[in-house]
Structures are given as C-alpha cells and as structure tokens.
Design a binder for this molecule. Structure first.
Ligand code: ADP
Ligand code: MG
Length: 613
C-alpha cells in the first residue's frame, strides 16, 4: 500500500500571532481604543494621545497610572497575559469589560512598539523595544510614574493590511470616534490629543456636561437636556439633545452600558421614538446616555471589536429608556407633558415583578419611572400630543401654505426665493411690527410675538437644507474670481470642506499654498460678502469636533442662513410680514432658530387680562 503523505502543519507562532492580531487590531483606531482603556484601567488621571499621520506612523499614549514592574512590562506583551482576571469569579468581567489579555500582544505582533514605564515605588523605570513580537531591547531607564507606549508603523510587516488602511482623514475620524467614546465614559480623567504636532483636544477633568462641551463646543450647552432615572432594574443618566439639535446624519449618539460604549439599533429606536413629532423622521437626536444594569442581565459580546449587546429583557429596556427620554423632554417643556403607561404585557415581565430589597425600594420609590410603571391597570401608551402640529393648528393657515410651498418649490427649483413675494394666502390679520425687530399678530388664544431675524434664519435654513438635500443649490459665477488666503491650518480645514461648500453653491479650488480661488458663490449671497462668509465658516468649523461631519453641513447652512437674513432688513410692508409668517409656519420646525433660540412665543389672553389687573 502506498503511503499517503500527511499535509497538516502547525502555523508558525509568527503567523499565528499575526492572524490573531488581525481580529483585535484592524486599524490605528483599534490600537488607540486598547491603549486608552489600558491607561484608564491603570488608574490614570491624565492621559495624552499623540498621533502622526492618523496613527499610521505613530500612536502614542502617555498616562500617569500605576505603571508596571520590569517583569510585568515584559509579560504584558504575552498573549493571554492580564492582571485583570485572577480566577473564575472574575470571568464576568470578561463579559462586561472584554479583558482578554490580548491587546498588547496583538499590537506587538504587527507594529514596532516602544514602552517606558515606572511604578511609583520603583526608582527606575523600564524601557522595552519590541518589533513583530520579538523583544529587541529591555533595559532600566529614567521615567516618570506611569506608562508611555509608542506604537510605530502599524502593519509594517503585513503589507496587505497596511495597504488596506483608508485615507488619513478617514482613519483620523475613526480615532476621534474612539477617543470621544473613552473621553465621554471617563469625564473625571483629563485627556489631550495631538495630531501631527497640533493639539486637537484639551479636555480638563470634570463632569459629563463639561466633557460634552469640551468635545462638541461650549455652544452645545444650551442644547442639553439632562436625563436621570433610577429603577431597581436599570439606572439611566446622561444628556439628550433638544429636538432642534438633531442632525441629518448619525454621529453624536452614544449609549454606554455599565460604562462601556455599545451600539444598539434597538435602543436607538426606543430613543428616537420618544422624539416622535418633535423631529423629522430622518433626523438623529443627540444623546449620551449611561445605562447601568446588573451585569448578569446583559451580555456584552466578548469580541473586543464588536460593541453589541443582548439583554435578558430587551422589551423592558426599550420601555424604560423610551419613557425616561419622554419624561426628560416633558420636564424641560420640550414636549407636552405626557401620561406614560406600560403595556400589560411588559408589566408581567419577571423584571417588573421581581422582589426588591428594602434599600433599593426606598432609593427608587421617589423616582419617576418607578411611579409610572408600578401603577396598576395601565393601558398602553396614552394619547400623545404633537407640539409641532399644535403650533400649526394654532396658526391655522400653515398646512395649506406648506402644501403650496412644496408644489412651488418642485415646479421652480432654481429661482432664488424671496421673502417679499406676494403671499399666496392673504389672511386678513392685523400684524404690527415693533421697531422692525418683532411682529405681533393675533391668534385664537391671544397674541403671538415673532422675532423677525430668527424667523428669517429658520426659513432660510430650511430652504438651504432642502436645496442641500436635493443637491441643487444654484451657484453664480463671479465675473472676477477672488483669491482667498488662509493660514496653513485653516487651509486644511477649508480643503476638507470644499465638497460641502460646493453643495451650497461655492465654487472654490485650491490655488497653491494656503491660497484658494473663489469662482462661484451661492446666488443669494450679496456681492462683497464672500470673504466674510468663508471667514465665519472656518471660524465655526474650528470650534467643532473634527469628526462632526454631520454637524458640519448644518453649521454651513446655519451660517449661510444667518448671513442671508442679516441682509434682509426690516419688513415694511404688511404683505412681506404676512409672507414671513406664512413661510415660517410652513417650516418643519418653526419654533426654533437654527441655533436653538426661540422664534416666537405666545401671550395668552388670560395673561394679557392679568396685566390689566
Ligand atoms: P487586558 O487589558 O485585557 O488585561 P492588555 O493586553 O491590554 O490586556 O494588557 C495586558 C496587561 O498589561 C494588563 O492586564 C495590565 O496589567 C498591563 N498594562 C497594559 N497597559 C498598561 C498601562 N498603561 N499601565 C499599567 N499596566 C498596563
Ligand atoms: Mg487592555
């Protein structure tokens, strides 16, 4: 009989390591996530992230945490080396935190790594150089307490992977995403981020609110609505955004379960559903919410790069989250106050029925969710009012106008809209203008006060948005193209924004170092305003999180809207005033200007009577 050759061979350690590494480290952002989490786990209060070329050349994390002994420093790069799991009782922390002792080993398999680390009690630190898993050097060194780890030339030994990396803009965006998540989950830790020598974030230690402001800009504060609910099953805390801060694309949506970032389309749905009637169907509300739940009731996927979860009772999670958000919106007078009730089906779930300790009962009994959900005989969700609809009905004509508006728009898309056109519906109402800045008009239940400038901004904003979404903003070629000069940093920002700008009618192209040539501008833009607008746009973009791409379009549009409204002046004629009101109420969000300020308010008849005593 002929001998059959055996063909199975063991992969070399080298290759096995690279394969395993590929699961954990997919791009520079994965290394960033792992290193930042290690710094946090080490108890750091200050963490610095230094990047070169979107992390492709360098990802460096410097922390002031516990540091490592020389032996631990060497050990930390071994696969399955972890100080975070000692015995089987710690296994649940694998489920919740994803500790597997794999990150450093994986990174070391596919990069050139250099680490300096010192424990507080040691006099000298340890300096370690590793390349593709091979220890090149380990020697004592002087080092501050903590760990300083440099990951250079990621995938230098796996060309296929290195080749697979996306553009610097994209990779940097992924990094900022990870950085943002870790920074949000740990507001008590100070973080700084440098990219190619430029400091991009400087986040002081503080609370969640200051952290959100640090990441998104101070202007964001006015858009935040706190959420705070405690039940025996689940604690929910954090912030949601006011409806007008909702964006057209996703980006600023964060759920953390037991302080760990997760994605969940299901929970997202629960949240968005709570905004029904307050935001447009396709809009994404802002949220940073922390859900605390008994780890035994949640299964966070063990895989380090997946952030998916399974809940024991997901319908209950849905109902609680949904109600908590509705409650927060109602409490801050954003949505009309609602009666929340739970369907009987959900009330019968074991989690709702489960026995509770005296302490936890006392703790939560005052809570809003507790009270609403433990009442007997609740029918399913009570009638919900739609505040937007309410306003519209209040100002009767709105719907008709909206109808005509859309027809007019689709019939004649390129005409520059004018606020001073003859109104389609002449509604014989008395309108009074107060010094050209406010309009007063009567409605059924009293007087309505309208802020003219803000109304104009809202109207322009929605027109521009519609054009933006249609991709059909009219542009007007300049007779004499302008040259526009910027600093090197602004030039970068402007370059990244050119595509967006072209979508609102700017025809700009790079023209040598830090200089651009402006050949076309939006038709509505008055001559001489071009440079101002660009200056403003750049100024605003600078103060935004670099990854806030969704916000970027909105910033552009809001800016343009403001600019265009500024040139309109007061409204002298009754028809112009009526047209403004009609158009305002044809908007999808007439109540707020693009920046969130109120456009109009209602003075009730009773209040007026009260004034007269
Ligand atoms: P894990 O975090 O799952 O334990 P890692 O591979 O990320 O696995 O890290 C291995 C071990 O190295 C950690 O358990 C920890 O003891 C040590 N370590 C890693 N980074 C740091 C750091 N920045 N400071 C102190 N110890 C660290
Ligand atoms: Mg780790």
């Amino acid at each position: 009989m002929q001998a059959v050759p055996d063909i199975i061979q063991l992969l070399s350690d080298h290759i096995a390591n690279q394969i395993a590494a590929g699961e954990v480290i997919q791009r520079p952002a994965s290394a960033v996530k792992e290193l930042l989490e290690n710094a946090i786990d080490a108890g750091a209060t200050e963490v610095q992230l230094v990047l070169k070329d979107a992390g492709k050349e360098l990802v460096q994390v410097i922390d002031n945490g516990s540091g490592m002994s020389p032996t631990d420093a060497r050990m930390s790069f071994e696969r399955h080396a972890t100080s975070k799991i000692r015995d089987i009782n710690d296994l649940f922390s694998i489920r919740t935190m994803g500790f597997r002792g794999e990150a450093l080993a994986s990174i070391a398999a596919v990069a050139q790594v250099e680490m300096k680390t010192r424990k507080q009690e040691s006099e000298t630190g340890s300096h370690l150089v590793i390349e593709a898993t091979e220890v090149k050097k380990q020697e004592p060194c002087a080092a501050p307490q903590g760990t300083n780890i440099m990951v250079k030339n990621l995938f230098f030994n796996v060309p296929a992977r290195r080749h697979f990396l996306k553009s610097n803009t994209t990779e940097y965006r992924h990094i900022v995403d990870e950085f943002t998540r870790v920074a949000l989950a740990h507001p008590q830790v100070a973080f700084r981020l440098w990219h190619n020598g430029v400091e991009q974030y400087h986040l002081e230690a503080g609370n969640l609110k200051t952290r959100i402001k640090g990441l998104l800009g101070n202007a964001y504060e006015k858009n935040l609505v706190p959420v705070e609910e405690k039940t025996e099953f689940l604690n929910i805390s954090g912030f949601i955004g006011k409806p007008e801060a909702a964006t057209r694309t996703r980006g600023m949506q964060f759920f953390f379960i037991n302080n760990r970032f997760i994605r969940s389309a299901y929970l997202h749905h629960a949240l968005v559903q709570a905004y029904e009637g307050l935001i447009e169907k396709e809009a994404f509300p802002f949220y940073v919410l922390f859900l605390e739940i008994d780890p035994a009731r949640v299964d966070v996927n063990v895989h380090p790069t997946k952030q998916e979860v399974k809940f024991e009772d997901d319908r209950l999670m849905y109902a609680y989250l949904n109600a908590a958000v509705k409650h927060a919106l109602a409490k801050y007078n954003i949505a009309p106050s609602l009666d929340f009730t739970l369907s009987p089906e959900i009330q019968q779930l074991s989690s709702v029925q489960m026995p509770v300790t005296q302490d936890s009962r006392q703790e939560t009994e005052k809570g809003y969710l507790f009270n609403t959900f433990t009442q007997k005989n609740q029918a399913h969700l009570a009638v919900k009012k739609d505040s937007l609809r309410e306003w519209k009905e209040l100002y009767k004509i709105a719907d008709d106008i909206a109808e005509q508006q859309t027809q007019a728009d689709s019939a004649n898309m390129v005409t520059a809209p004018s606020l001073h056109k003859e109104p389609e519906t002449v509604n014989a109402k008395g309108i009074i203008s107060i010094q050209g800045s406010m309009l007063v008009t009567t409605v059924k239940s009293g007087l309505m006060l309208i802020h003219i400038r803000r109304a104009q901004e809202r109207i322009w904003y929605e027109r521009l948005l519609a054009e933006w979404n249609n991709g059909s903003t009219p542009s007007q070629q300049l007779l004499f193209p302008l040259s526009y000069e910027t600093s090197a940093q602004d030039a970068l920002l402007l370059t990244e924004t050119l595509a967006d700008l072209s979508r609102i009618g700017f025809d700009i192209s790079p023209f040598g170092q830090n200089t651009f040539v402006v050949q076309g501008v939006p038709t509505e833009l008055p001559a001489g305003e071009e440079k101002h607008v660009l200056d403003e746009v750049i100024e605003q973009l600078k103060h935004e999180a670099p990854d806030a791409v969704a916000k970027r379009a909105e910033t552009l549009l809001a800016n343009m809207a403001r600019r265009l409204s500024r040139n309109m002046g007061g409204l002298q004629y009754q028809e112009g005033q009526q047209a403004l009101i009609d158009e305002l109420f044809a908007c999808s969000q007439p109540e707020y200007a693009p920046d969130g300020r109120k456009v109009f308010t209602l003075v009730k008849k009773e209040d007026l009577e009260g004034m007269l005593g």
